[in-house]
Design a protein around this ligand. Sequence first.
Ligand code: SF4
Ligand code: SF4
Length: 453
Amino acid sequence: MTKDRLMAYTFVALAILAVVTAVIWWPITQNGWSLGLTLLINCAIAVLTSVVLDALLAVVMKEKGPINTLSASVFGMIVALSYSLGMPAMAMTEVLPLVAPEAFAYVAIISSVGLIIFKKLQGLLGRKYVNPAAAAKLIVFLPLLHTVLIPSDHISYIPTLAAPLNYDGLTSFASYVQSCFANPSLLMEGSINLPPSPSDVFWTLLVNKYHGWPGGASSIAVIIIGLCLFIVARRYIKWRITLSYLVATAVMSLIMTGVYGGDAVLRLAFHLFLGSSIFLAFFMATDPATTPLTHRGQLIFGVGLAVLTVLIQLIFGVGLAVLTVLIQTYMNFLGGSILALVIMNLASPMLDKIGLPQPTETKVEKKLPKAKTFEAVKAYPCMRCGVCITACSQNLSPILIKEAYDRNNIEAVKALRADLCNGCGNCTFVCPARIDVRNSILRAKGALRAVKS
Ligand code: SF4
Ligand code: SF4
């Protein structure tokens, strides 16, 4: 596996998801624009902006190595697929830029901010601390905070999550879900049942939502496409984060049902299949650069992300009724999970220390991926996939040793037991960025020996 191939697989998965949503949304027209067409234009704008800026900055910053075209394209697709589109039927007047043509400008701005500040400049710090697409969206929409203080959008009602969720009546949570996410044309015609039945709500949440993150419009499509990607690139994708996130979200929603009462399955389906939740679980929370290296760290990351996401939604659901509506409008637009993701990203350097394998003096046979031949391939900066740690035959943490050695921190090199390296080369063999990790570790070992003598 190479980084290019991993990025190519991810790009294809995201492109299929974009096409699925565009087809579902195509007949819906808002502001004179087909919603499906708006999404495809957004994808084109975000990908082009990211690729062109990335290439330009690589020249300006005199970067060595190949240009990250595929990585920039994946970033652009994530920006477009996590940009909320579509006005729910209950919105009275549009305030937030949910439809074309304003959406085009905002997608271009988020792509530019994300690429320049959170991909390139953040990369100069030696590692990326926050997910570029999530952080850029938070920053770009901060100036729009004032619009929720004088809202003309979503003024009909937004039910709080800090209450029983049920199906009874036009003001029930189930009716809210349908008013917000069901086909707006059919809602206007009155051909959608209100209050809805459980199967109506499940169909909306699981199969097609017409408002919110386009990447999560069809939860079932995200699950199928995401699982295919995970199977193809299983060693390199941090699927443990997705798994622990989904399990912890389910547990949190059951706890909330225990506290507030109401229909447990309705709450479970809402938390799991909200577009921002399901898309983030499969395609944003697994970003290798901003998530923990170790398996245990990844499990904790997923659980923390789920707990924070549900708590953020809950915190904004408690308090003054007016404040509830205002803040929920804003947070639902951003997706509370984005804030939770950035917080957990910042905790990743700490989680990297949890669950590191214990170095051993006895060589351990590791199962390595099959490879036909060694090809001449391009080397990229480390993408922090953590696979060299899993593959090391002495249970060392090669990437951490390399980072310590690059910083000239011989004490850390010693503590990480670089002296045990046997030069087997497993770490270099599995590295998708094609870094000669073994060589770095052997040099670190040599430096350690020189200090001792
Ligand atoms: S060469 Fe790499 S994988 Fe092999 S023992 Fe050294 S650090 Fe571990
Ligand atoms: S050095 Fe290790 S963590 Fe970095 S890309 Fe290579 S295998 Fe992944």
